[in-house]
Design a protein around this ligand. Sequence first.
Ligand SMILES: *[C@@H]1O[C@H](CO)[C@@H](O)[C@H](O)[C@H]1NC(C)=O
Ligand SMILES: *[C@@H]1O[C@H](CO)[C@@H](O)[C@H](O)[C@H]1NC(C)=O
Ligand SMILES: *[C@@H]1O[C@H](CO)[C@@H](O)[C@H](O)[C@H]1NC(C)=O
Length: 389
Amino acid sequence: MRRKRSDELPRFVGDDEARSFRWRRKYTYYLVGFIFICWLWYPGRKTTSPSDDALNINWSNYAYSLYATDSTTLCHTLLLFDALARFGSKADRVLFYPEYWDTRVEDSKDRDSQLLVLARDKYKVKLQPVKLLVVEGRTRDEWTGTWDRSVTKFMAFSLGYYDRVIALDSDITLLDSLDELFTLPKTPIAMPRAYGTDSKPWPLSTMLMVIKPDIDEFDKCKNRIAGGGNNMLVKAHRFDMEIVNERFEDSALVLPHRPYALLTGEFRRHEHSAYLGNPDETWDAEKVFKEAKLVHFNDHPLKPWIMWPQKGLEEMQPDCDGSHEGSCAERRIWKHLYDDFRHRRRDICKLLSVPAPEWESIKGPTQNSTDGTGHAAPEAEEVVNASSG
Ligand SMILES: *[C@@H]1O[C@H](CO)[C@@H](O)[C@H](O)[C@H]1NC(C)=O
Ligand SMILES: *[C@@H]1O[C@H](CO)[C@@H](O)[C@H](O)[C@H]1NC(C)=O
Ligand SMILES: *[C@@H]1O[C@H](CO)[C@@H](O)[C@H](O)[C@H]1NC(C)=O
């Protein structure tokens, strides 16, 4: 009920007149409502929020930085460049890759060169051949054979030409552009946390780093890398996290891991409060998937570029609360993420998935399906023969 103002005089109007007045008023409300909704929706449906000019954004000062260390990761960077193009990202794209590769396509099987050319010509990627950064493993003072090239991601610090760079790992699926991260408050580095890891505070995760390029930081990183790392960390490809956490754990701007760092393993878990960030919120797999912007594959030892061993799939897939019949949102989404990755590998890189290995040969002795987030889990043998097919 609307409150009648005391000074409002009673009005006497004929029935017909009142009705037509009410009708007119009703339609006016509808019209106003309709226009309001259009106004609300129109700018919201576009991928870019307010106008770039208003925000004073010069996109050539920003870039995504990816790196390839072998044929497998090269393909996966292509998948990401393709996703960025599809989502209408406006920033530059940079790819670091081994300097001994070239862009001269020698024959139809020269897939590395073909992909580099595709990146350069179709996705407008700026190619940066480099000597890969490599960290060697070390047990006390004794050098051993383990080494890790994933520290090459720190090359992003060397891109002094840009104001800000987003460095990404390649074993991820982008579900949306991340361009809005270029407009974060000024800070040397912004990263999500590796949520759900055992130790608190959760360490910063290197799968996504919003970096202000800085040659001094780059040199510091290189020195740290040259010093070698704890053997176990290097073997587990975790040394990059160690470097970043040593340097930035207290000062980084922390990005919300929801929606910027979802793990595929989340769909296999039964406890979701770490991801949701709210113990009272009810888990809704569809909603979480829809709002996520970046998903990292962490179902060690399963990889999206290697076919599923049937037994491995049965053991690892989301268990739908123990129902082995039928399906559930978690299982559908989880399988979709893998299928989608394989299809894009085939369509964009023209690479078939690596045939399924024997499950027993890749399954670790202490692997249990739903525990852990996998950040701590070592990678499976790198390239399991990538370029065939
Ligand atoms: C954007 O930045 C680049 C490099 O800093 C500069 O060359 C270019 O003129 C700028 N464009 C605009 C429209 O300001
Ligand atoms: C892993 O799961 C199996 C049953 O599937 C169980 O017997 C075993 O104890 C578990 N191992 C660990 C380390 O939790
Ligand atoms: C890759 O596959 C080819 C045949 O398809 C084989 O000759 C080669 O040894 C394999 N390489 C590795 C590293 O497994």
